[in-house]
Design a protein around this ligand. Structure first.
Ligand code: BES
Ligand code: ZN
Ligand code: ZN
Length: 479
């Protein structure tokens, strides 16, 4: 397990330990910590638009960050996170273990965002590397000195970063060490740690419930499926009816008999439980921070493989809802398992349901890794709250059209629907398929683009990003 730096608040700055100052102009560079020459140097760097300046003093590394001017407050927060990651990388290169982050600027949330970038940037997945020790990041403590960051905000930041680490670990874990059963066991462990309830439905229960979609996808597997139910219900929740989260838990997607056609795309299909990781880790953060909201999360899980028994193109499957599906591509398996979970969610009479899934290459092609595609039936007020949360944490939403006409594209000659649309609007027809299984306000988030990165991107790192966790946490904080 990668080490999450400890976050503490402080009122003092030691002259022996590394320090980072956040300033909003050069007058705020603290004279007591720098010689006049050092100060001149920092000011000259600022003039050249180098906002993050390092000064290597005799006993310690000092970094000064001049907050950038941005059009919107949330853009400044994102700049802070990115600079936080850069600073953390410098500290790790110099084998620093502890740093004080001193906010001289008084800018709201800037220090928290900077610390967030440092914490998330410090993540590593090196459990399988023999030389892991020598590669291991050293940074293990961030002491925040800021009038803006109270104990509660530090606790919340710690909870959400801890959760993102968990989500990334789950996504990065390869399928040979993470069956559906093992994924469910990880959620149980996370529930015990954070304080939410879990129940894992096994194959016999899944059969009794007639979850035809999940069972069909699982036919090609030698591992049994699981269906995990997580619940966080505090004493006086703000919402009367629960919000239900649903996450796609395909621990590995070969495409099944419609074997993946895109070269090398199987190499990273261990990420196909990114939605499950997002909702499970969001539960972890919510419970750890004891947010006053009643939330339930559902994770249908299996791998998707070809075999003598695998479901096949042309099959007609009866889903848990009773509706029938003509399977025309076994690689469109995510919607098959999500449909049963969305139907299952009806029993909670939810106020709102949000599903997260690495569902379509089309969503990834459309927006890349810079945001998540969303669509659904939640009211405008709720959608605006979601967009705000997305901007705030910089896990932004790209809302796609959801017109009735797209529904025509999944009509089948032999069943109530088919599991693929035509050559166009692939992300939307996937959403339209899911819509057939909901009767409550609902939003679908396709995270196929951002869930797993092939090149490092600042504090999001490389590999599993934990995308969706910070979005959900922020959304529930402001519900
Ligand atoms: N797991 C994939 C989607 C995916 C693509 C996730 C890229 C992460 C990165 C999904 O199950 C899938 O294969 N979707 C198909 C659907 C098609 C057959 C209708 C796709 O997008 O090609
Ligand atoms: Zn697939
Ligand atoms: Zn998939």
């Amino acid at each position: 397990m990668a080490m999450l730096p400890k976050l503490v608040s402080t009122k003092t700055i030691s002259k022996n330990d590394a320090v980072i100052f956040l300033v909003s102009d050069d007058k705020q560079i603290p004279a007591s910590h720098f010689s006049s020459e050092e100060k001149k140097y920092i000011t000259s760097q600022f003039k050249e638009k180098k906002n993050l300046v390092s000064v290597n003093q005799y006993k310690r590394l000092c970094i000064v960050y001049l907050l950038e001017t941005k059009k919107e407050p949330y853009l400044l927060l994102e700049a802070c996170r990115k600079q936080g990651e850069t600073a953390a990388a410098s500290l790790n290169r110099m084998k620093v273990t502890s740093v004080t982050l001193a906010d001289e600027s008084g800018t709201r949330d800037a220090a928290l965002a900077f610390a967030e970038g440092m914490m998330l940037g410090n993540y590593q997945f090196i459990k399988y590397k023999h030389n892991g020790k020598q590669d291991k990041n050293t940074l293990s403590e961030i002491r925040i000195k800021s009038t803006n960051a109270n104990e509660e905000s530090l606790r919340n930041l710690d909870a959400v970063c801890d959760a993102v680490y968990h989500a990334r670990d789950l996504v990065n874990e390869p399928q040979n060490a993470q069956s559906a059963t093992q994924l469910a066991a990880s959620f149980v462990k996370m529930g015990r740690e954070a304080g939410f309830k879990t129940e894992v439905l096994k194959k016999a229960r899944i059969k009794a419930l007639k979850m035809g979609g999940l069972l069909a996808v699982n036919l090609g597997s030698i591992e049994p499926p699981t269906f995990t139910v997580m619940e966080w219900k505090p004493r006086n929740p703000k919402n009367k009816k629960p919000v239900v989260l649903v996450g796609k838990g395909v621990v590995y997607d070969t495409g099944g008999l419609s074997l993946k056609p895109t070269p090398n795309s199987m190499d990273y299909m261990k990420c196909d439980m990114g939605g499950a990781a997002a909702v499970g880790a969001a539960m972890y953060a919510i419970a750890k921070a004891k947010l006053p909201v009643h939330v339930i999360a559902l994770v249908p899980s299996t791998d998707n493989r070809p075999s003598g028994n695998a479901y096949a193109p042309g099959d007609v499957i009866t889903m848990m809802s009773g509706q029938t599906v003509e399977v025309l591509n076994t690689d469109a398996e995510g919607r098959m398992i999500l449909a049963d979970a969305l139907h299952y969610a009806k029993r909670y009479k939810p106020e709102l349901v949000m599903d997260f899934a690495t569902l379509t290459g089309a969503a990834s092609a459309a927006v890349g890794s810079f945001g998540m595609v969303c669509m659904g039936t939640a009211d405008e007020g709720t959608r605006n709250k979601m967009k705000k949360a997305g901007n705030q944490v910089y896990e932004r939403l790209a809302e796609f059209p959801f017109w009735d006409e797209y529904d025509e594209l999944i009509k089948s000659d032999v069943a109530e629907m088919k599991n693929i649309g035509g050559p166009t609007a692939g992300a939307i027809t996937a959403g339209k398929f899911l819509q057939r299984y909901v009767d409550y306000p609902w939003m679908h988030f396709d995270i196929a683009g951002p869930a797993f990165l092939h090149a490092a991107s600042s504090y999001r790192g490389k590999g599993g990003t934990g995308y969706g966790v910070r979005f959900l946490f922020n959304f529930f904080q402001n519900i």
